[in-house]
Design a protein around this ligand. Structure first.
Ligand code: PSU
Ligand code: MN
Length: 323
C-alpha cells in the first residue's frame, strides 16, 4: 500500500516531508500542472452518518473527475497526512466515523506524532492542501462564530485559517447553527473576501439566503479563478470564501431551520457540550429534528460544491485569455 504513495516537498518548506504524502494520481497531476481539487474529511468522519458519508464522498469525488479535475480527499491515516485517498481508505475512514479523531490546526502535530487516524476540518485541510500545492478546496459548510460566542469564545479555527492560508474554499456558506452576522464581521476583520457564486445573498448552508449579503457576486468560475490569481500576484496570503447556494430542490426554509437550530443550540448548552464536540453535536441534532431532511440537503450541496470547485480549479489551470 505504502509503495503506491510518494513523498512530496511541501511548498512551505516547513520540513515535514515525512509526515505528508500524496497519492500517485494527485502527485502526478500536481507535477504536470493539471487541476486538483482538495476535499475535506471531517464531513466524512463527524459530519454525516454511515453509510451516507461514504456514498457522498464517492459521488463528490466522481463529480470532480467528471468536471476534469483530480479529487484529493485529505485525511490523516495512521499518523501520515494523506493527500488523495484510495477507495478502500475512504471506506475505512467512513466506517470509523467518530471513532476517528477530528483534526483541526491545533491537533495536527499531535496526531501526526502519535500515529492517529483522523478526519481533517476545513482549517487542517487548508493547511495540508497548501503544503501540497493545491489552491482550491470544496466542502459543505465552513465553521464560524458560534451563537453565544460572546460568552463561550467559540470561534472556529476555520476562520483564522482563512485569514492566513491562501486556499479558496467553496462552500454553501456558514452553517445555520452559527451566528452568521458575527462570522461575516470576523471574516471582514481578517481580510477574507466572501464571493457569491451567481448570488448576491450569503447562503446559510441549508437555506439559500441567510439575510446577509456577500461582498461581491461573480457568475463564472473563470472570474473567481482571476481573483485567486490576483491574490497570489499581490502576495496577500489570505484564503477566499466562495459561497455557492444549495440546490433549490433540497434547500430548506430559513424560518423552519431557525427553530430547529435554536432548539439544538439550547440542548447543547444544557448538556454541557463544548469545544470541538459542539459542531458535530449540532449537526447530528439538527439532522434528527428535521427527520433527515438536513442530511439530504447536506449531501446535495456537498456534491454541488465539488462540481463548482472543480470548475474553478480547471479555470485556474488554464492560461488567461489575452486581449
Ligand atoms: N460542515 C458540515 N459538516 C461538517 C463540518 C462542516 O456540513 O462536519 C465540519 C468541517 O470540517 C468544519 C468543522 O471545518 O465542521 C468545523 O468545526 P469547528 O466548529 O469545531 O471548528
Ligand atoms: Mn469550536
Amino acid at each position: 500500500m505504502r509503495a503506491r504513495f510518494r513523498r512530496i516537498m511541501p511548498v512551505t518548506m516547513s520540513g515535514i516531508t515525512d509526515n505528508i504524502q500524496c497519492s500517485a494520481a494527485v502527485g502526478a497531476a500536481l507535477a504536470e500542472g493539471r487541476p486538483v481539487l482538495a476535499l475535506e474529511s471531517t464531513i466524512i468522519t463527524h459530519g454525516m452518518p454511515w453509510p451516507q458519508n461514504l456514498e457522498t464522498a464517492r459521488v463528490a469525488a466522481a463529480a470532480v473527475s467528471d468536471a476534469g479535475a483530480v479529487p484529493a480527499t485529505i485525511a490523516i491515516i495512521d499518523g501520515v497526512a494523506r493527500v488523495g485517498l484510495t477507495d478502500l481508505e475512504l471506506e475505512h475512514l467512513a466506517r470509523a466515523g467518530s471513532d476517528a479523531v477530528k483534526c483541526s490546526r491545533r491537533d495536527l502535530a499531535v496526531l501526526l506524532a502519535t500515529g492517529a487516524t483522523a478526519g481533517t476540518t476545513v482549517a487542517a485541510t487548508m493547511i495540508l492542501a497548501h503544503q501540497a500545492g493545491i489552491r482550491v478546496f470544496a466542502t459543505g459548510g465552513i465553521g464560524g462564530v458560534h451563537r453565544g460566542a460572546d460568552r463561550t469564545l467559540d470561534v472556529s479555527a476555520d476562520l483564522l485559517e482563512l485569514s492566513r492560508t491562501p486556499v479558496a474554499v467553496v462552500c454553501a456558506g456558514p452553517k445555520a447553527i452559527l451566528d452568521i452576522g458575527l462570522t461575516r464581521e470576523y471574516l471582514e476583520t481578517q481580510g477574507v473576501p466572501v464571493i457569491g457564486y451567481r448570488t448576491d445573498k450569503l447562503p446559510a448552508f441549508y437555506a439559500a439566503d441567510s439575510g446577509y449579503p456577500v461582498d461581491r457576486r461573480l457568475d463564472e468560475a473563470r472570474a473567481i479563478a482571476r481573483v485567486i490569481r490576483v491574490q497570489d500576484e499581490m502576495g496577500l496570503g489570505q484564503g477566499l470564501v466562495v459561497a455557492n447556494p444549495p440546490p433549490a430542490e433540497t434547500s430548506m426554509r430559513a424560518e423552519d431551520m431557525r427553530r430547529v437550530v435554536l432548539q439544538a443550540v439550547e440542548e447543547a448548552a444544557a448538556s454541557g457540550v463544548s469545544g470541538k464536540a459542539v459542531t458535530p453535536y449540532l449537526l447530528q441534532r439538527v439532522e434528527q429534528l428535521t427527520g433527515g431532511a438536513s442530511l439530504e440537503a447536506n449531501i446535495a450541496l456537498m456534491i454541488n460544491n465539488a462540481r463548482l470547485g472543480a470548475d474553478i480549479a480547471v479555470a485556474l489551470s488554464q492560461p488567461e485569455p489575452t486581449g
